[in-house]
Design a protein around this ligand. Sequence first.
Ligand code: PDD
Length: 286
Amino acid sequence: MMMTRTVYVNGQYVPENEATISIFDRGFTFADGVYEVTSVIKGGLVDFDGHMARLKRSLRELSIALPHSIEESKNAHHQLVTLTKLDEGVIYLQISRGASDRDFPFPDGAMPTMIMFTQEKSLIDAPAAKTGIKVISVEDIRWARRDIKSVGLLAPVLAKQAAKEAGCQDAWLYQDGYVTEGSSNNAYIVTEDDVIVTRQLSNDILHGITRHAVLDLAREKGMTIEERPFTIDEALNAKEAFVTSASTFVYPVIEIDQQSIGNGTPGPVATRLRELYIENALANLS
Ligand code: PDD
């Protein structure tokens, strides 16, 4: 018998084939909404508070009301984990401005739409963590407010498709010659002097929740970090490269534009940071 997944729509838990939202929903017509992806390991939530803090910030920047308190959202996350028996994977949450006849300015009285669903995914033993991933570089054609986790994701869709067609797993985006971030993750290199370099926070990149945790752990262990832009050329000559996100934790990058990074295998810094991140996540599940 086919199992149908239970999903969340505006306070209701329903089978996915019975979940509906309006065709006038502004998330659908204008990409007028934001999202979060929270990972689940051993049935517990990873970095939940950080994801909710960023969700509130994204909503505030767009003047969309938070439809439920963070406490209610947390309960809903737990309820979905229970109903779907999710042990390891991710929970996707999206809030849009709601449904209204199509018109650009904010509508009066629209109620935000909130949906959530789960996706099973191997996170701790993800094969890509052991093999590393190959990326291509692609020009960053996104809008100027990448700090808002908007559902307008056509640029990363095109970048990931180009990567796939090139036989790679992801794309690193660059602007004015400098890497901004990965298409759905933050990007790092490790220099000859073992300095971890990643672009500084600004409106040019998403303020990754995993980035924050990984940099804290690296600092705790006495590693040196420089938050500054770097070029693809610098990355090609780096000892190591890697990415971080909720759905990957830390993945080593072993190739950029068909050129090997370091010796072309996952490096010790990325591998160590991944171990530290997972250990810390397991000890702090909510
Ligand atoms: N992406 N940068 C971009 C552009 C992202 O889309 C993401 C996350 C990150 C990493 O942020 P965090 O560590 O908070 O997950 C950085 C999610 C996982 C996604 O779109 O599926």
